[in-house]
Design a protein around this ligand. Structure first.
Ligand SMILES: NC(=O)c1ccc[n+]([C@@H]2O[C@H](COP(=O)([O-])OP(=O)(O)OC[C@H]3O[C@@H](n4cnc5c(N)ncnc54)[C@H](OP(=O)(O)O)[C@@H]3O)[C@@H](O)[C@H]2O)c1
Length: 292
């Protein structure tokens, strides 16, 4: 299969290259090689490659920055996906696009997760633009798979785990407050890339939730990860109010992989297993990256 990946330098972009590169003909474009906000360039590139599949891993993922960079957030999270969908429709390519748990307001009780059919009600500019991106794609084509995922971490780029590692590795005796009233499912970008491949192979179409199995808070996640890394830490659980951020985050970010389950194609693993595998595989590299 001929596959084109955009945002190839990011966490998921790198893992999609790793997973699809083993079996398929992949053309991968980082931000510098292909700007998804440039309609004519997208159209020309897709026309030249004529891919069977386009995987869009590019986005404005700075949740707090999006609150002030609203025009850029719209360009990247709405216009870019629309341009990709138009070109995909023109050449008969399947478009895989990634969305987020932040399309929901998190008002459900913590015992309940959000399924694909639940009404989105985003709280932040990031969530609103990602939802508008989903809708832009579905207005243009039916030949798409949109996966809503959450709390992504990988070996490339920036993420919460790396931030926690750097803080605690550099300051082993210092206390750090970590939010303990937002609940979600930390998802390994490598596992998500495998799930994407699985969906494509099964000829799936439409909207899917795809997060790791099980639920925790940011505090639980940091504590578990630092234990696995054998890094001394003194974490203090706190509330969202004690740790204010520019963007409001949902308290309940739990997604049910309901459509994956119903189709019998849910390969997402418990979050603890994936964090353990991630640390076993990358501990040395992670420590080197925070020491640099
Ligand atoms: N990270 C999470 O916790 C999370 C949670 C839920 C959903 N998601 C979604 O999952 C997807 C993948 O996320 P990720 O964590 O892998 O993101 P990431 O690591 O931030 O990667 C995003 C990539 O997009 C690139 N990019 C930025 N502007 C671009 C442009 N105009 N044209 C082309 N590429 C551009 C970035 O390049 P530069 O860095 O060089 O600008 C970066 O390599 C995104 O759609 C995101 O919204 C992420």
């Amino acid at each position: 299969m001929k596959i084109m990946i955009t945002g190839a330098g990011g966490q998921l972009g790198q893992d999609c290259q790793r997973v699809f590169g083993a079996t398929d003909q992949v053309s991968a474009f980082g931000h510098q090689e292909l700007d998804i906000t440039r309609q004519a360039v997208i159209s020309e590139t897709v026309g030249n490659i004529r891919p069977d599949l386009i995987i869009n891993c590019a986005a404005h993922t700075g949740v707090d920055a999006c609150e002030t960079e609203t025009a850029l957030a719209r360009e990247l999270n709405v216009s870019g996906p629309r341009f990709l969908a138009e070109s995909a429709a023109c050449w008969g390519s399947l478009l895989v696009h990634i969305s987020t748990d932040y399309v929901f307001d998190g008002q459900k009780p913590i015992t309940e997760g959000y399924a694909e059919a639940d009404e989105p009600r985003p709280l932040s500019v990031y969530g609103k633009t990602k939802l508008a991106g989903e809708r832009a794609i579905s207005e243009v084509t039916e030949n798409y798979i949109i996966l809503r995922t959450a709390w992504l971490y990988g070996i490339q780029g920036h993420n919460f785990l790396k931030k926690m590692l750097k803080l605690n590795h550099t300051n082993p005796s210092r206390e750090f407050k970590v939010v303990n009233d937002q609940f979600g499912s930390p998802t390994w970008s490598f596992r998500l890339a495998q799930q994407i491949k699985n969906l494509v192979e099964k000829d799936a179409r439409g909207l899917y939730h795809a997060t790791a199995e099980g639920v925790c808070t940011w505090y639980d996640l940091a504590d578990y990860f630092l234990e696995k890394m054998n890094v001394p830490h003194r974490l203090v659980p706190c509330t969202s109010e004690e740790f204010p951020t520019a963007a409001v985050r949902p308290k309940n970010s739990i997604l049910e992989n309901r459509r994956l389950e119903e189709a019998g194609i849910n390969i997402m693993a418990p979050w603890q297993d994936d964090v353990a595998q991630y640390t076993a595989q990358f501990a040395e590299q992670l420590l080197q990256s925070v020491a640099a």
